[in-house]
Design a protein around this ligand. Structure first.
Ligand SMILES: Cc1cc2nc3c(=O)[nH]c(=O)nc-3n(C[C@H](O)[C@H](O)[C@H](O)COP(=O)(O)OP(=O)(O)OC[C@H]3O[C@@H](n4cnc5c(N)ncnc54)[C@H](O)[C@@H]3O)c2cc1C
Length: 473
């Protein structure tokens, strides 16, 4: 074997996965078609749950330092969701271009002694009982291959898995542009108000998103042509929507996304897995894409590491699909619902009005906010089991710091709860603490990805230890 894992694609999913594996000391090679990072802003919104995840690995400070602002709430079908009441240290969307998140993840990977093999396009693979042979500029042999190769995934195509959903009917262009004042000053600062939305009588729309550098904006416009977006097309549309208000100085990158909504039926076929956009594609409605991708990788990373360390049965890997497929399906459902509400006809307008009225009810708003922020993700179980551990103060620091090494965490009011976990000292950090996040709990065992897998009082801890941390099969 050349390595344990080959990861195809160095976007947010591939890089997050690679850092998780590197943290666990598992061998992994990331291959990436692009010679250098494109620098295109792409996604700009980090949802609260993704912020929590990054904090659990000590990465959020770097992201926050490079963020360009905050949106104090979420969005559903054009309605503002109140994030202020969310049970999170980060009750807002952090505005940070995807390119900067990728930079931080790649820097972390370098700190951990790993690098991305660029100008390396996966063109094929063969799998057998022992491993996967990956074809590209050279051949690589690994125990697993993970396709993090985006919406047009080659890995997905070669696997031939069902990719059910709806086809693209329209395209929206996204260009990073430099512009200066014309008859008006371009907006400054990152906020919903700064986006200068424009809607024309024929239903086409555009907006500008300030990207945190003087003069740099993301220009988004609807009804783009299918295929490559040229600088001329961007310039024409810019003039159409903004006239001589602003001067377009440069078009740095231009591409497009479609309204296709699809999800693979299987996230795993033998020794090959799919994560991120390779597993699900959708338009960036409600700012979910990058978040979903990072979270897929975060779910898979520690499981792969546990199996490859030889301590855990291969069955653990099946929980990746059983946990993440429903999460992806629900995000796609929210996007379909929001798309269905768009349109100028009276029926949809009425539906939108009724929804807006309902979302004014605090409890309804809260349910939608929990959903769009990713905080209500629950992998199933009784009581608190399956849900996330909200960050809280343990002694002098935050609980999130206990996860920095990628281990599981056991927190208990009393020493007696720690004994069953003693043989797992190398993979579970155990702490006695006076504080726990819930009054009805005396001890809580948490997986390396921050989801609760056992609490006391209740069943014995041994079942949870065996399921999530077991030594041997
Ligand atoms: C123009 C645009 C604008 C977007 N805007 C938003 C937004 O506002 N909000 C939001 O939440 N989401 C947005 N998204 C979606 C978001 O960017 C994606 O959800 C996110 O990038 C998915 O991350 P990923 O790592 O799964 O895939 P990607 O980021 O697509 O990364 C895949 C990587 O794999 C590489 N690759 C592909 N094929 C191969 C191969 N055969 N071999 C090796 N490497 C390969 C690619 O070069 C790429 O670097 C946007 C996407 C695009 C394209």
């Amino acid at each position: 074997m050349d390595t344990d894992v080959v990861i195809a694609g160095a976007g947010p999913a591939g890089l997050m996965l690679a850092t998780e594996l590197a943290l666990a000391g598992v061998g992994a090679i990331v291959v990436e078609t692009l010679k250098a990072r494109s620098g295109q802003s792409k996604a700009t919104n980090l949802q609260p749950r993704t912020a929590e995840i990054l904090e659990m690995r000590g990465l959020l400070t770097g992201v926050d330092e490079r963020s360009i602002g905050r949106v104090e709430g979420g969005e559903f079908a054009g309605n503002t969701l109140d994030y202020a009441a969310l049970d999170s240290r980060y009750p807002y969307q952090m505005g940070v271009p995807q390119a900067r998140v990728e930079e931080i993840l790649e820097d972390r990977l370098a700190e951990l002694g790993r690098e991305v093999r660029r100008n390396w396009q996966l063109t094929g693979f063969d799998q057998d009982d022992d491993g996967v042979t990956v074809h590209g500029p050279e051949q690589l042999r690994a125990r697993y291959l993970i396709g993090c190769d985006g919406g047009r995934s080659t890995v997905r195509e070669l696997l031939g898995v069902e990719f059910a959903g709806t086809d693209a009917t329209r395209w929206t262009a996204v260009a990073d542009v430099v512009c200066g004042p014309g008859t008006a000053q371009p907006p400054v600062g990152w906020s919903l108000a700064g986006m200068k939305p424009r809607r024309r009588a024929d239903g086409t729309f555009a907006r500008m998103v300030p990207l945190g550098e003087p003069g740099l904006y993301r220009f988004v416009y609807s009804d783009a042509p299918e295929g490559d977006i040229t600088a001329d097309d961007v310039a024409d549309r810019f003039r159409l929507f903004y006239g001589d208000e602003y001067e377009l100085i440069d078009v740095r990158y231009a591409s497009s996304f479609s309204d296709a909504v699809r999800q693979v039926a299987k996230y795993r076929v033998g020794r090959v897995f799919l994560a991120g956009d390779a597993a699900h594609v959708h338009p960036p409605v409600g700012a979910q894409g990058m978040n979903l991708s990072v979270q897929d990788a975060f779910n898979l990373g520690w499981k792969l590491a546990a199996v490859l360390s030889g301590r855990t049965s291969e069955d653990l890997l099946n929980t990746y699909e059983s946990e993440r497929h429903p999460v992806g399906a629900r995000v796609l459902a929210t996007i379909r619902a929001q798309s269905a509400l768009q349109g100028p006809d009276l029926e949809r307008k009425t539906l939108r009005e009724i929804l807006a009225m309902l979302l004014n009810v605090p409890d309804a708003n809260r349910v939608a906010a929990d959903m769009m922020s990713g905080l209500d993700i629950d992998y199933g179980g009784a009581g608190h089991v399956g849900g996330r551990l909200p960050d809280f103060k343990v002694d002098k620091g935050w609980a999130s710091r206990l996860f920095h090494k990628g281990q599981g965490v056991l927190l208990a009011h009393d020493e007696k709860f720690l004994a069953p976990a003693a043989p797992y000292r190398d993979r579970i950090a155990a702490t006695v603490t006076d504080t726990l996040p819930w009054d009805d709990v005396q001890a809580v065992l948490i997986r390396p990805d921050g989801y609760v897998c056992w609490t006391a009082p209740g069943e014995e801890m041994t079942g949870a230890l065996r399921k999530w941390f077991q030594t041997g099969a």
